[in-house]
Design a protein around this ligand. Structure first.
Ligand code: GRF
Length: 229
């Protein structure tokens, strides 16, 4: 006799995020906080740093997050470091690798291995001002708007499909430091929101390589109020 078995609807497993940091890790904190405060279907499977002295590691340990260090200085070449990091990450089987102030350039072999699964935050409105010293670059160019970009990582440095941006006006007396300080909370909001979208499995790429966020009409994240001079 044919028996019909009705299986309960399966909830997908939590999205596994692995966070890479090199320093204070304030973006990592914003990511961890949004997962907890919104009870997102996600978990941080590890926080990994290339620097044993990264202060963000202390916070991660206090929170009980699994922490690992892969010190880049102990490797002869960039390729050897990338290969060791890749092996370590493969063992943790993350869905996404979130770069949060990770100050090493990852080579093409690494990026291609995790194709479509590496996300970065860059402190400029890409494609403007890739590389370092983005706030000084913005001031030197005389732009009136500056910001941050959360994007998929491709083998080209600070390039790749844009998931979200945050914007702020450049004020007459801004310096690289004041811009960085005003941008940081916007970075945190943008990265936290992108984390939520990824956890809810809303983020896809269309045929043109542009990002779609299912069910949302995306707008740039801005400062709450535009300050007057
Ligand atoms: C942020 O400004 C981020 O955009 C850049 O490095 C900084 C890292 O800050 N890539 P934190 O370590 O997340 O506090």
């Amino acid at each position: 006799m044919l028996e019909i078995v009705i299986l309960p609807a399966q909830t997908p497993p939590p999205v596994r995020f692995l966070i890479l940091i090199s320093g204070r890790g304030s973006n990592m904190q914003a990511i961890a906080r949004v997962i907890r405060s919104r009870s997102l279907p996600a978990e941080i499977c590890a926080v990994v740093s290339n620097r044993p002295d990264a202060s963000g590691l202390d916070w991660a340990r206090e929170q009980g997050l699994p922490v690992q260090v892969v010190p880049h200085r102990e490797f002869q070449s960039r390729e050897a470091f990338d290969a060791a990091l890749m092996q370590r990450i493969d063992a943790l089987n993350p869905d996404y690798i979130l770069l949060a102030g990770f100050m090493r350039v990852l080579g093409p072999a690494f990026v291609e291995h995790f194709d479509g699964r590496i996300i970065n935050i860059h402190p400029s409105l890409l494609p403007a001002f890739p590389g370092l010293h983005t706030h000084a670059q913005a001031l030197a160019a005389g732009v009136q708007w500056h910001g941050c970009t959360v994007h998929f990582v491709t083998p080209v440095l600070d390039h790749g499909p844009i998931i979200a941006q945050g914007v702020l006006p450049v004020l007459a007396h801004d310096t690289p430091d004041t811009l960085a300080a005003r941008l940081l909370p916007i970075e945190h909001r943008a990265y936290a929101e992108v984390t939520a979208w990824l956890a809810e499995r809303r983020v896809t790429l269309d045929g043109q390589g542009r990002v779609q966020v299912q069910g949302l009409d995306r707008r740039a994240f801005a400062e709450q109020a535009i300050p007057s001079e």
